[in-house]
Design a protein around this ligand. Structure first.
Ligand code: SF4
Length: 321
């Protein structure tokens, strides 16, 4: 049964969930590749580098792709074998994206490489811990990241991950909203022009599981909450929480299941565009909010006091006639 929000969210979806806007999102780099292993290799790094402004993010991902192609021929070959070569550190020498340096991104791809050796892909690793009846992938992601922590310590003589590597490995169990993991898993757990759905049942990336019926379902995805999406979800009453943590992500997702039970994160890309493209100014702006698909249910984009005043004014004028 559609909710009162359905037509508004659908209108924003129709306008922004389109390939026309792909240049403002890291999924752009994933879609440049055709081979699913290349796509997974790029997706992990692209999602984890997705913080900061669009220009910085695009520059960092393009830099990483260029370096690994130069070193190994393709992102998949980099993950399969390139990351273990003596030249691997050299390939990412001088790579910087805000908090992160090449060494941490190399560790990330090495952990991916270990998942590939054992499961064939990160997708299969994640899905190995997911039951069809699980409401969401939270428990499976905790298990995967727990394994990665274990592998990291094993490979580094018992050392803990550095603070900035830990930032890439923060798990739902630690309370983080895991925005970048949720975004990666959204790309892989639903399928349309923008989301390749590579961890859904039947994907070659899951072949090592030996059961073609296993895979992520769109209904098990969790809304990736960044500052833009988080505040717009608050404006729509999808959560009251101010802190963007795992509980808030679950609350928003459950609210969105009231709109679209089988595909609650369907609106993520479109809602994020309102912030990323600087269309939403976080307050009512005459002429902008009226054109926004969320005008009406958005609690912030209303000319509240002026509106009441104007209505009262009109009523006063109309009364005599
Ligand atoms: S504040 Fe205005 S532009 Fe922003 S979401 Fe609300 S209606 Fe849309």
């Amino acid at each position: 049964m559609p909710s009162a929000l359905t037509p508004f969210l659908e209108s924003v979806h129709a306008r922004y969930h389109r390939l026309d806007w792909v240049g403002s999102d890291p999924i752009e780099f994933v879609l440049k590749f055709k081979d699913p292993w290349d796509q997974e290799a790029v997706a992990l790094v692209a999602a984890q580098l997705a913080y900061g402004n669009v220009k910085q993010i695009r520059r960092a991902i393009a830099d990483w792709v260029e370096r690994v192609e130069r070193a190994s021929g393709s992102p998949a070959e980099w993950v399969r074998s390139g990351v273990w070569t003596p030249a691997a550190h050299h390939a990412l020498d001088g790579f910087v994206h805000r908090l992160h340096r090449g060494g941490e991104i190399l560790e990330l791809s090495r952990l991916q490489s270990r998942s590939w050796s054992t499961w064939g892909s990160i997708g299969a690793h994640l899905v190995s811990g997911l039951e069809p009846e699980d409401e969401d992938f939270g428990r499976a992601l905790d298990a995967l990241l727990d394994q990665w922590q274990h592998w990291y310590r094993e490979g580094s003589g018992g050392n803990k991950p550095s603070r900035s590597l830990q930032h890439l490995l923060s798990a739902p169990a630690q309370g983080s909203c895991c925005k970048r993991w949720c975004m990666l898993i959204r790309w892989m757990g639903r399928r349309d022009d923008l989301d390749p759905g590579l961890w859904m049942a039947g994907s070659p990336l899951l072949s090592k599981l030996g059961d073609r019926s296993r895979g992520l379902a769109p209904g098990q995805l969790i809304m990736p909450l960044d500052t833009h999406v988080g505040r717009i979800c608050r404006y729509l009453g999808l959560t009251r929480r101010k802190t963007l943590n795992w509980k808030a992500a679950l609350e928003v997702t459950r609210s969105l299941k009231g709109v679209h039970p089988l595909d609650p994160v369907r609106y993520d890309f479109a809602l994020a565009r309102l912030g990323i493209l600087d269309l939403c100014r976080n307050r009512y702006v005459e002429g902008i909010c009226e054109k926004c698909g969320l005008f009406g249910p958005c609690r912030v984009g209303r000319p509240a006091r002026r509106g009441r005043h104007r209505q009262a004014g009109r009523a006063t004028v109309r009364q005599p006639s």
